[in-house]
Write a protein that binds this ligand. Structure first.
Ligand SMILES: Nc1ncnc2c1ncn2[C@@H]1O[C@H](COP(=O)(O)OP(=O)(O)OP(=O)(O)O)[C@@H](O)[C@H]1O
Ligand SMILES: [Mg+2]
Length: 275
């Protein structure tokens, strides 16, 4: 279990996160969203134990961050995948990249070879094994980044907007990987894509340093809890009885939503004008 208890955090003078508490239980898939600059990455770094709270407590499996020695060991159980995999690559080939973390923690050569083979197969990376990670496509890079962390068998995995630079097919691949991991490890998935947020068992929203949630998928449209224009817009349509579906479309599909519900929207407008 990873837990933040009444955590406050600021980089310089300006407070960013205020009195924030969150708990991620074993095997849970938690999603988090919020506008740019709301502190999502900062929250991810606090959960991963990379940043320390100035107030409150961060805990991994009950070990407090205020106990640096024990906490340091616990931190290894938490992996993190960032939005830009390029920053993560260290070696010159996919297979070396997969082996790197294992070599670092002193795993036997034979065991490394076995795990690398398994990982190449699992992520369909066999044909790319000798390629330099920097030469891969965005989707391939993110797959290698995820594989190189999963090979270390973390118990907790944080994804910080891993799909933001990917095209829709690659985004789907990443999401499929995440869903295939569901139940095996604890996952914190940060995204600004509605279709990705709703895969969470629990959904959190971060706005201006305040964390709201957990919220269930069915509740999203009923509440206007966030300053994400697209979702707020959809919420208004929902409240007006115009958008009655429970699915949440992607922002790219907004035109289709408007097109489909055009008649109802203009009917409401006429009704309002007549009042
Ligand atoms: N190392 C730092 N030093 C000073 N300020 C920082 C630092 N890192 C982040 N900030 C500031 O803290 C705020 C929150 O940043 P953070 O990266 O956590 O937000 P975010 O929600 O992840 O944003 P994005 O959606 O753009 O990734 C921003 O105003 C940012 O400028
Ligand atoms: Mg961020």
């Amino acid at each position: 279990m990873i837990e933040l208890q009444n955590v406050s955090f600021r980089y310089e003078e300006k407070p960013l996160l205020r009195d924030l508490s969150i708990r991620i239980n074993d095997g849970e898939l938690v999603t988090l969203t919020g506008p740019n600059g709301s502190g999502k990455t900062t929250l991810a770094l606090l959960l991963a134990g990379i940043l320390q709270p100035q107030e409150g407590e961060a805990m991994i499996d009950g070990i407090k961050s205020s106990k640096p020695k024990e906490f340091e060991a616990k931190r290894r159980d938490v992996g993190i995948v960032f939005e830009n995999p390029d920053n993560q690559f260290i070696t010159t080939s996919v297979e070396r990249e997969l082996a790197f973390g294992l070599e670092n923690v002193g795993i036997q050569r034979e065991e490394i070879r076995k795990r690398v083979e398994e990982s190449l197969k699992r992520f369909s990376l066999e044909d790319l094994r000798f390629r330099s990670p920097h030469t891969l496509s965005g989707g391939e890079k993110q797959k290698v980044a995820i594989a190189s962390i999963l090979i270390l068998a973390p118990r907790y995995l944080i994804f910080d907007e891993p799909t933001i630079y990917l095209d829709p097919p690659s985004r789907r691949t990443v999401l499929e990987i995440v869903q295939s991991l569901k139940g095996t490890i604890s996952i914190i998935f940060i995204s600004q894509f509605p279709s990705e947020i709703i895969v969470g068992d629990k959904i959190y929203f971060l706005t201006e340093g305040i964390l709201e949630g957990p919220i269930r998928k069915e509740e999203i449209l009923r509440k206007n809890l966030f300053k994400i224009p697209f979702l707020s817009f959809l919420h208004v349509l929902h409240e007006e009885g115009i958008y009655e579906e429970t699915d949440i479309p992607e922002p790219d599909a907004l035109c289709d939503v408007i097109e489909t519900h055009k008649k109802k929207i203009s009917y409401r407008k006429t009704q309002k004008n007549n009042v």
